[in-house]
Design a binder for this molecule. Structure first.
Ligand SMILES: Nc1ncnc2c1ncn2[C@@H]1O[C@H](COP(=O)(O)OP(=O)(O)OP(=O)(O)O)[C@@H](O)[C@H]1O
Ligand code: SF4
Ligand SMILES: [Mg+2]
Length: 361
């Protein structure tokens, strides 16, 4: 059990972990990833040219005049048991893509195939049934937990609405889960506001796990937490992944988290995928100029550091993205008019590395 869960007062997080402890913990996660081979695993989730546009309406008549092209033609697959990372600057469409994968947002076009089934082909009742297999953990646990419900009700609620399990079975499961996420049964009658951020995220994780999902979208699950608690939550997710054989889409703009947790990574820029590669390959030999810029923005100093992406220049508007390659207005390796005129396709450039850049055509 971890110190944030052992805090005598649950409202006080155990923020005493040192930087060394934090990096030890993330290194341990990295070591366990290194020994894994997922290349032969089956595909669990497949995205085919997925688009999600938010309509912009203007004037008295609220006419549909344009769209925010938050996700614009994304294709990739996620293998069973894999932690697939999605990284990119704020506003590039990561959360929209995560919600669209789950069909919490209906795609504007394209398909999400989950375990062989096109989610768009399902009725709302069938989709609801599928939700048992697909869960989400949000960035801000405080806002994802209903403040009027007790911890027990919060963890039980998905089971009550998505399964036909008896009250006894649900109760047993709540008791198991609360301990698995490092809290105790004494916490069950309490309300979310009585807990620290790390503990609230543990409750959100228990809630997501309650219905035995196969696939979890984790949207920045640690970015709202103190740095001392982040590694503990990441290690908890890692342990639970092994125990429950989970597949993750792990969304973050924190490169150190992505590096330590993910098997493969997709780099997203302005609604599109710039590059996909196994994590080590991406960090050792980035191909896309945007990936290179992202990686070079990470401070190299050891110890406590802010690894958040800080790139030069403004991100163009997703309402009116640049023509051709969307990165051309900021690209440090621009090669000429083709970059402004033709949109580069994602192509296999090196073994398992896929990149969308005219350099590699
Ligand atoms: N409901 C909405 N209506 C209109 N535009 C939206 C809506 N939600 C998001 N957007 C826009 O879509 C784009 C992508 O947003 P999204 O939240 O998916 O990005 P993100 O990569 O998750 O960003 P962050 O890292 O800040 O969480 C942004 O331009 C955002 O302003
Ligand atoms: S296609 Fe051109 S602008 Fe785009 S990343 Fe490659 S070199 Fe840069
Ligand atoms: Mg987001």
């Amino acid at each position: 059990m971890t110190s944030d869960s052992n805090s005598p007062n649950p409202a006080q997080d155990g923020g005493t972990t040192t930087t060394t402890e934090t990096s030890d913990a993330t290194d341990a996660v990295a070591d366990s990833k290194a020994s894994m081979s997922l290349s032969d695993a089956d595909t669990l989730v497949e995205l085919q040219n997925v688009r999600k546009y938010y309509p912009i309406r203007t004037g008295l008549l609220q006419r549909h005049t344009s769209d925010v092209k938050a996700v614009d033609g994304v294709s990739f697959d996620i293998r069973e048991g894999e932690t697939f990372g999605l990284v990119g600057e704020s506003g590039c469409g990561k959360s929209t893509l995560g919600k669209t994968v789950l069909h919490l947002l209906e795609p504007t076009s394209g398909q999400v195939i989950f375990d062989g089934t096109d989610l768009s082909s399902l009725s709302s009742a069938e989709l609801r049934q599928r939700r048992r297999n697909i869960q989400i953990i949000f960035q801000d646990p405080a806002s994802s937990l209903n403040p009027r419900m007790s911890v027990e009700q919060l963890i039980e609620e998905p089971m009550a609405s998505l399964t036909d399990w008896s009250k006894d079975r649900r109760k047993r499961r709540v008791h198991e889960l609360i301990q698995e996420v490092g809290l105790s049964v004494e916490h069950l009658p309490r309300r979310p506001h009585e807990f620290s951020g790390g503990q609230q995220q543990r409750i959100a994780i228990a809630r997501a796990l309650s219905v035995n999902p196969q696939f979890i979208v984790a949207d920045e699950p640690t970015s709202a937490l103190d740095v001392s608690v982040q590694a503990k939550i990441l290690n908890l997710l890692k342990d639970l992944q092994a125990e429950y054989d989970l597949t993750f889409l792990f969304i973050s703009h924190d490169l150190s988290v992505i590096r330590n947790l993910c098997d493969r990574v997709a780099v997203m820029y302005l609604g599109e995928i710039a590059e996909i590669a196994p994590t080590k390959v991406l960090f050792d030999r980035p191909k896309h100029p945007y990936t290179k810029a992202l990686l070079s923005s990470v401070p190299t100093m050891d110890g406590l550091q802010d690894d958040r992406i800080q790139l030069e220049g403004d991100v163009p508007s997703p309402e009116n993205p640049p023509t051709g390659c969307r990165y051309h207005t900021r690209c440090q390796e621009y090669i000429g008019p083709i970059c402004e005129e033709e949109s580069p396709e994602l192509k296999l450039v090196d073994d398992a590395q896929i990149c969308a850049c005219h350099h590699y055509e």
